[in-house]
Design a binder for this molecule. Sequence first.
Ligand code: SF4
Length: 396
Amino acid sequence: MIPDLPPPLAERLSGLRIAARSEPIGLYLHVPFCLDRCTYCSFATTRDRSLQPQTTARLIAQVRAWGAALDRPAVDTLYLGGGTPSLLSARELADLTTALHDAFDLTPLVEATFEANPGTVDLAWLQGARDLGWDRVSLGVQALDDGLLGRLGRIHGAAQALDALDLTLQAGFRRRSADLMVGIPGQSLSKVVEDARTLTATGIDHLSVYLLDLDKACPLRAEIDAGRLALPSEDEVADVFEALQEELPRLGLAPYEISNYARPGGESIHNTRYWERRPYLGLGPSAASQLGDFRWTESSVIPAWTEGRGELDFQELDAAETLAEIPLLGLRLHRGVDWGALHRKAEALNLRPLCDGWEARLRALAKEGLTVWEGDRVRLSARGMLMSNGILQMFV
Ligand code: SF4
C-alpha cells in the first residue's frame, strides 16, 4: 500500500493493478526545476532550486512506492521530462535510475528518454546518463536565432544549442531529438525552414515542431497584450507548417504525428503510446497518468507535491469517453485510425450510433480533402493536419 495514496486511487488499487499488468506501461517522471523561467512557459516548473533535494527524494520514494503498489509492473518506455531534467545532479540521476530498476520490471524496456536544456548540459553528465542506460535525448532548441531565443527568455543562444547537440553525439546518443518552435513574434518563415535544415544536418533522428502556445499569465502574453510585440497571423503560421510539411521529408524526416517528424525508426515510442492510448504512469508535480479507464493528474503546486499534500485531479472515464479518445488521439498520427476496429468496439459497448455519427462527419470531410479513407482506415490529410484543432473537436 502506498502511504500517501489519495482516496480515489486507494479505492481503485485492484483495478489499477489489473490495468498495469495488461501490457507493459510507460513511465513519465517530472523534474520541475529550471535555471530560469522562459517568457512563454506554463509548465509546472520553478527556478527556486532550494526544493530540489526534497522533491527529487520524494520522486524516488514515489517510484519505489508505486512499483510496490502495482506489483512491480513491466515498463517498456521511460521519459524524464520537465522542467529541466538535465539539472539533476549525477548522483540524483543515478539514484533515480536505481530506484526505477528496483521498483519496476524493465526487461521489456525499448526506450529511455530525457529532456535537456542546451544551456545546462556538459559531456561528463551526458556520458553518465548514457552509462546509466538512458538512450534518447530530447533537446529544447526552439530556434537558432539569438534575438528570438532572447525574446523567449531561453538561457542559451543558437551556437550553444548546436554545441549541445554535438555533445550528445560525443556522449554516444544515437537517438536525438530537437524541438523547434513556430509562431514566435518576429520569426520569419524562411528562418524556420533554415533552422529545420540546420538541425537536420546535425544528424538528429527526430524533430518536434510546436506552435507557440501562450498562457494568459506568461510574460510574453503581457508584452503582446501591451502591443509591444505581435504574433504572426494564422495564415503566416499555416504557411510555415505547410513549408515544413514539404521540406522535412526531403531532408529525410517523415511526419508521423501532427507535430512530430522522424527518420525511419526514430519515432518517439513513449510519446506514441499517448496517441495510441496505451497505459502510462506519471510521477512528479503536474504529471498525468492513465491506467485503464482511470486518469489523474498530480498537483502542479511544487511545494505541496513535495510535501505529499497536493490535490489530485482524478477522473474515471465512461465507455463513450474512452471510445472517443481513440480517434481524438489516434487521428493525430499520420497512419490514422483503424475504423473497422473502432466500429467493432463501439458495437460491443452499445455505442454504434455515436461511432456512426463521427463516421458520417469524417466522410463529409473527405469530400473537402481534409480526411483520407483507405479501406478500413481513416487519417487526416496534410491540410486536415493544419486544421486538426477544429476537426478533432467532434470527439470532445
Ligand atoms: S526550460 Fe522548458 S520548462 Fe523550463 S521554463 Fe523554459 S520552457 Fe519552461
